[in-house]
Design a binder for this molecule. Structure first.
Ligand code: DX5
Ligand code: ZN
Length: 222
């Protein structure tokens, strides 16, 4: 039995909750306040009921920070658009298993382009849906809210999927991060990390905090 992969704690501020009027400064602040990755929520108004931003914004944010760009594509056709985000400066691209594309082919192409690959599943999607792709990913994103908007409440019924992600990672000797996104604060982060998540996406908790560095520390220590 190989020793289980225990990835480090990662705190990923989600720029979706920041002040869009000063996006560049907010991206720089996420780094200055102690974030590890910058989580960029891309929404197309079709896969989710909201529209956020495209590759042009990612490109504009790139020079403002050295943080790893963890791009979360909540879009219907990630197979068609992933490359534009790669060219814009993404370091990791996460696609949804529910969207209409050849998941394995999309993940393969992202990896061949030299980026990290991620696969996300919504709260209502059973873990079995991502099972066939676990060897193709560097990150499994277990959505802890219905995607589309920040500021929602953590859905505890997603915890067993985090545990399933750990079990399968150990059983197959794989090495993917397990990331959670939505409603993450110090309390829900404790539940999610106890279940096995190591990468914590937080928008509201961090960007709306009076002391962002303290908010990030509270997640790192949860
Ligand atoms: C999907 C988005 C949000 C965002 C985090 O809706 O991915 O979950 O990143 O939102 P908060 O941390 O504000 O719940
Ligand atoms: Zn996200």
């Amino acid at each position: 039995m190989t020793t289980p992969f225990l990835p480090p704690r990662i705190v990923a501020p989600s720029i979706l909750a920041s002040d869009y009027g000063k996006f560049g400064n907010e991206a720089a602040d996420a780094e200055a306040q102690g974030g590890d990755w910058l989580h960029l929520d891309v929404m197309d108004g079709h896969f989710v009921e909201n529209i956020s931003f495209g590759p042009g914004v990612v490109k504009a944010l790139r020079p403002h920070t050295n943080l790893f760009f963890d791009v979360h594509l909540m879009i219907t056709r990630p197979d068609h658009y992933w490359e534009a985000f790669a060219k814009a400066g993404a370091n990791g691209i996460t696609v949804h298993v529910e969207s209409h594309h050849d998941v394995q082919m999309t993940l393969k192409k992202i990896r061949e382009a030299g980026l990290k690959t991620g696969l996300a599943l919504n709260p209502s999607t059973p873990f079995e849906e991502v099972q066939p792709f676990l060897t193709d990913i560097d990150l499994l994103l277990v959505m802890t809210v219905v995607p589309g908007f920040g500021g929602q409440s953590f859905m505890r019924e997603t915890l067993p999927k985090i545990e399933a992600g750990v079990t399968e990672r150990n059983r197959q000797g794989l090495r993917y991060h397990i990331e959670v996104d939505g409603g993450i604060d110090a309390h829900t982060a404790a539940d999610a990390t106890r279940a096995g998540a190591n990468a914590l996406v937080a928008g509201t908790t961090i960007f709306k905090a009076a002391d962002r560095a303290a908010a990030i520390r509270s997640l790192r220590d949860a």
